[in-house]
Design a binder for this molecule. Structure first.
Ligand SMILES: Nc1ncnc2c1ncn2[C@@H]1O[C@H](COP(=O)(O)OP(=O)(O)OP(=O)(O)O)[C@@H](O)[C@H]1O
Length: 392
């Protein structure tokens, strides 16, 4: 297949009206992305596989077309396409220029999906950035591949992490509209949300096998194959252990012992999970040294995935995990641990947050809570209480 034909397939709007079917808008992200379309920065979208990055790109493309941008000035390519394996970004752009006889006097909008599949994508992006009047939007499902290389575009790139649907978005996707305030019903729906999680396809059509295959695929393609690890099963076992330890301080050594691997290997594997967004690690609040040496707490990327591995035996742990996901990227966040007592979260601007689903804060914890000099102190113990997070 010629590259020209491939590009035509990826960009149906060059020839016909472009419509998006059965897509729910995710206003928060769309507003944030639209705000960033106007500037020259390279816009990176990261996040877990299947979380909806490509869909957001397509929504942006539709917005541009609806705003009157001529469709030939918009290019979308999935860089991990097998047929484009031997083509670099500059060659793709050259072909695109040829197709539309573009001279680059016009501003172009170029969307590269899964950009990190190109080995030296950052050099190529920099060349494109320096050479043309071009707005580049790119996605990646690996945090570290972006982190290492973004230095080439210092001050000229913005990264937005797309997260699984939160509970209000879940309700929209499920077409549930609680007209009257009904806390009891809301709690029930939240239990459904815990089971389904926030991955769009799984919310629309819940299926354990889908989530299991997704986790397996990420472990297989993005971890074992990518890092040359031969034992796939050990990574599955590792991930199961991580899910079971959700919300707890993680001991790299204990996991190393259980899996019969060295502590160094255990640490390395842990970061592989983190870079695929399958898990998130929360550092301890304190002096720099303490922060580095203390164990981190672990959270799942998605409640549905956590549910797959641990079932519904501890709703409180899901609630805490949910709060972590809401705080993530909004604030720099840590956990607080002092004299054997723990407060779930403290933000860098000293907001204390304790997740206590259907329970009261314990006496010792309360003492620590009261003793801390903090800007705000929140105990969240119900789904209704989650609204307190909106104001942060
Ligand atoms: N806003 C949405 N409304 C309806 N369905 C959605 C929405 N966002 C994502 N989906 C569905 O979820 C699935 C995954 O979405 P998408 O391909 O955009 O994710 P992705 O993050 O780009 O995945 P990958 O990293 O694997 O390429 C698709 O089937 C898509 O239709």
């Amino acid at each position: 297949m010629h590259m020209k034909d491939i590009l035509y397939q990826y960009n149906p709007w060059w020839e016909e009206d472009f419509a998006l079917k059965d897509i729910f808008p995710r206003e928060k992200y769309i507003n944030l992305l639209t705000e960033n379309l106007g500037n020259d920065n390279v816009l990176f979208l990261t996040g877990l596989r299947r979380v909806g990055k490509t869909t957001l790109m397509k929504i942006l493309i539709k917005k541009l077309i609806d705003a009157g941008i001529e469709s030939k000035f918009i290019l979308y390519v999935s860089v991990d396409d097998y047929l484009l394996k031997n083509k670099n970004l500059l060659e793709i752009i050259e072909e695109y220029k040829k197709i539309h006889r573009l001279t680059f006097d016009h501003k172009l909008y170029v969307f590269f999906d899964e950009i990190t599949y190109q080995k030296d994508y950052f050099h190529q992006l920099k060349t494109l950035y320096d050479k043309y009047s071009i707005k580049i939007v790119a996605t990646s499902s690996s945090s570290s591949l972006l982190k290492d290389k973004k230095a080439f575009l210092t001050g000229r790139s913005i990264t937005i992490e797309v997260k699984p649907l939160d509970f209000p978005e879940y309700m929209v996707f499920k077409d549930i509209n609680l007209k009257k305030r009904d806390s009891a019903l809301e709690e029930e729906y939240f239990k459904d949300y815990i089971r389904d999680g926030g991955l769009p396809e799984n919310v629309l059509n819940p299926n354990r096998e889908y989530l299991m295959n997704l986790v397996d695929d990420i472990i297989q393609k993005d971890i074992t194959a990518f890092h040359g690890i031969k034992n796939h099963q050990i990574m599955r076992d590792y991930f199961t252990l991580l899910m079971e330890r959700g919300g707890k301080q993680l001991s790299i050594n204990k996991i190393a012992n259980i899996l019969h691997i060295s502590p160094d290997t255990s640490r390395r594997y842990l970061y592989y999970f983190e870079e695929t967004f399958l898990i998130h690690l929360l550092p301890r609040w304190g002096k720099t040294n303490e922060k580095i040496l203390s164990s981190k707490k672990i959270y799942a990327c998605d409640l549905g995935i956590k549910y797959l591995f641990t079932g519904d035996r501890d709703l409180r742990s899901y609630f805490e995990n949910y709060i972590y996901l809401q705080l993530r990227n909004k604030k720099e966040v840590f956990y607080l641990y002092e004299d054997g007592n723990e407060i779930d979260f403290i933000t860098s601007d000293t907001i204390l947050i304790e997740a206590k689903y259907n329970a009261e804060i314990s006496g010792k914890q309360k003492a620590l809570f009261d003793r801390m000099n903090a800007k705000k102190k929140l105990v969240i113990n119900s789904v209704d209480g989650l609204k307190l997070l909106a104001g942060l």
